[in-house]
Design a protein around this ligand. Structure first.
Ligand code: NAD
Ligand code: UDP
Length: 316
């Protein structure tokens, strides 16, 4: 007799976005049944078009600020615009997505007994006065600025996750993601990697905000997703928050030079005002990820930029 094979049913909110689409693909490779939920604010059907013919993949248009009733074993909560121009477009909706969305997804997890993962962010550290940032650092965040809808929304979501854990012993996994890049980013996303590559490919001026001496640490998407899966697989005691990112730290000027070199572009640099509350430096301390997950990034910036540039060429 054929043995019944039970596939894990996994909900990915924000599944049609940049990271969500890579996660859906990775989960399908692990033979999970995947329910991708997205309101398509920044996500695109094209990101998951290649998954639609898979009978284990399902897509649902839904806004997580409204309750959702489905039966699943695991939830990855990624829904939330991540690029500053996108999350500042409708800041009230951004806070609602982070806070009310988290309440709805935690309520769902509680009802069905699911393990739940939260895509938090290095933005919880704000403009940090400790460098690199360990998970124990509480951050330096402006509560009333233009980035606050995102930063404080994500901080409140973390609070909710840990209160559900303390009150209901819910299995939670919280990851703090540092700047990540790769194929499936929106070509008009507004984040630095997509902006610089699109500008370079079009031989248009590369827009450096401020002096360009501010730093970020860039993680390639495949490394990040491997970290997600490892964290979700840990025992109940391991909750995070845990930093996942690539400690390789670059100034925006260095990033621009690298993109120009790899694209062979004729672009020049132009300097624009620095957006308010723009953090001066950011680098993850990944000691915990190494020790608790046995995870560390493997793709150096130049190697990750090559497939990313190839992907963006279709939009030029
Ligand atoms: P993205 O904008 O490409 O994806 C977000 C997805 O969420 C989109 O598909 C969007 O349509 C969807 N969404 C937004 N609001 C929603 C709502 N109310 N209901 C349902 N769907 C909604 O961004 P991303 O880079 O893929 O980021 C995914 C997650 O990771 C976000 O939660 C973000 O905060 C977090 N994160 C990303 C980075 C990064 O560098 N990419 C860094 C830190 C944190
Ligand atoms: N940035 C820039 N030019 C751009 C877009 C962004 O110089 O066209 C800078 C931005 O001011 C910030 C850094 O690049 O210092 C990273 O910005 P991004 O929006 O990618 O993410 P953040 O880490 O600020 O959320």
């Amino acid at each position: 007799m054929k043995k019944y094979h039970f596939n894990k049913r996994v909900l990915v909110t924000g599944g049609a976005g940049f990271l969500g689409s890579h996660l859906c693909e990775a989960l399908l490779k692990q033979e999970c049944e995947v329910l991708c939920v997205d309101n398509f604010f920044t996500g695109r059907r094209g990101n998951v078009a290649h998954l639609l013919s898979n009978p284990s993949f399902e897509i649902l248009r839904h806004d997580i600020t409204f309750p959702l009733f489905v039966e699943v074993d695991e939830i990855y909560n990624l829904a939330c615009p991540a690029s500053p121009p996108h999350y500042q477009h409708d800041p009230v909706q951004t806070t609602k997505t982070s806070v009310i969305g988290a309440i709805n997804m935690l309520g769902l997890a509680k009802r069905v007994g699911a393990k739940i993962f939260q895509a938090s962010t290095s933005e919880v550290y704000g403009d940090p006065d400790i460098h690199p940032q360990p998970e124990s650092y509480w951050g330096r965040v402006n509560p009333i600025g233009s980035r606050s809808c995102y930063d404080e929304g994500k901080r409140c979501a973390e609070t909710l996750f840990f209160d559900y854990r303390r009150q209901m012993d819910l299995p939670i996994k919280v990851v703090r993601i540092f700047n990540t890049y790769g194929p499936h980013m929106h070509p008009h996303d507004g984040r630095v990697v997509s902006n610089f590559i699109m500008q370079a490919l079009r031989n248009e001026p590369i827009t450096i905000y401020g002096t360009g001496e501010q730093t970020r640490s860039f993680c390639y998407v495949s490394d990040l997703i491997a970290g997600f899966l490892k964290l979700m697989d840990t025992p109940h005691e391991i909750t995070g928050p845990i930093n996942i990112g690539n400690p390789g730290e670059f100034t925006m000027l260095e990033l621009a030079e690298t993109v120009i070199k790899l694209t062979g572009s004729k672009s020049e640099l132009i300097f624009k005002p620095l957006p308010s509350d723009d953090p001066k430096q950011r680098q993850p301390d990944i000691t915990q990820a190494k020790e608790k997950l046995g995870w560390e990034p493997t793709v150096p910036l130049e190697e990750g930029l090559k497939p990313t540039i190839k992907y963006f060429k279709q939009y030029v």
